[in-house]
Ligand binder design. Structure first.
Ligand SMILES: NC(=O)c1ccc[n+]([C@@H]2O[C@H](COP(=O)([O-])OP(=O)(O)OC[C@H]3O[C@@H](n4cnc5c(N)ncnc54)[C@H](OP(=O)(O)O)[C@@H]3O)[C@@H](O)[C@H]2O)c1
Length: 254
């Protein structure tokens, strides 16, 4: 079980993630970018996955300029990536590091905000591919490397609409529901291993995706990604070792 108070108010030591190798998807922007910068600041070697190379390079440069451990970049578009692309990633990471200690499934497509009656098949397939099939393929490819870690972690990213569906959230809501189920299946399968598996719902966070979903909202009223990072650090560091198979809210309602 998780100590919610400790999780929400966690004060990480400066070297929390030293010597840990953590793969982050969607690391070029939003929450993933902030996670990459934060994990590197706490000592992790981060592997930056995303579809826009220029964004990944900017994160890489920022980490280097801050004196963090040298990151790695692997550009990948989850919309079109095939099983062999994931195998290629696994062999590149196996050659470079031999193992990994963490995998943050963070990249997602929002898709259209339209009723199911008008939802296009192509949009549906794209959202399910990026949000469900890609995390499945990535998990399957990287699991052998995570199982070589003494303390492996997988964190999926959920959403409130994946727990309770709401009108006009379409495939995004369905994909986030599937994400929770994938997390639970995997957590059950890995119960007796050294890999811990959970999901986190970031809550409302000031990013491009949030602005796209809520165009009329003043971004200054929304929590910045930095404010929830101590909860991500808790789950990827040694203090989060006992947490397994849980759906966590980074910003629980009071
Ligand atoms: N922000 C919120 O309020 C909120 C609330 C609940 C849940 N979430 C979840 O939190 C996670 C992060 O969201 P965010 O708000 O940080 O979103 P964001 O700012 O839009 O960032 C999403 C990241 O995913 C990447 N991505 C999207 N499609 C991709 C693809 N086909 N292949 C590879 N990478 C792809 C994007 O790459 P590019 O930059 O190259 O486009 C971007 O780096 C998501 O899982 C989201 O569902 C967010």
């Amino acid at each position: 079980m998780i100590d919610i108070n400790l999780f929400l108010h966690y004060q990480p030591p400066a070297d929390l993630l030293r010597d840990r190798i953590i793969v982050i998807t969607g690391a070029g922007d939003g929450i993933g970018k902030t996670a990459a910068l934060t994990f590197a600041r706490f000592g992790a070697t981060v592997v930056l996955l995303g579809r826009t190379l220029a964004k990944l390079e900017r994160v890489y440069d920022e980490i280097e300029a801050a004196g963090g451990p040298k990151p790695a970049i692997f550009p990948i578009n989850f919309e079109g990536a095939a099983a062999q692309d994931y195998e290629q990633l696994r062999s590149a990471l196996a050659n470079e590091f031999g193992h990994i200690d963490g995998l943050l499934h963070n990249a997602s497509a929002l898709g259209a905000r339209t009723p199911i009656g008008q939802y296009s098949l192509s949009d549906w397939q794209k959202v399910m591919q990026v949000n469900v099939t890609a995390p499945f393929l990535l998990t399957r490819a990287l699991l052998p490397l995570l199982q070589k870690s003494a303390d492996g972690r997988i964190l999926f990213t959920g959403s409130s609409v994946g727990v309770r569906g709401r009108a006009y959230w379409g495939a995004y809501a369905v994909s986030k529901g599937a994400t929770e189920t994938l997390m639970e299946v995997l957590a059950d399968e890995l119960e007796a291993t050294s890999v811990r598996v959970n999901s986190i719902n970031p809550g409302a966070v000031r990013t491009a995706m949030r602005a796209s979903a809520y165009p009329a909202e003043d971004p200054n009223t929304v929590t910045p990604p930095e404010a929830i990072m101590n909860r991500y650090l808790y789950l990827f560091g040694p203090d989060g070792k006992a947490v397994h198979g849980q759906q966590l809210d980074a910003q629980p309602k009071a």
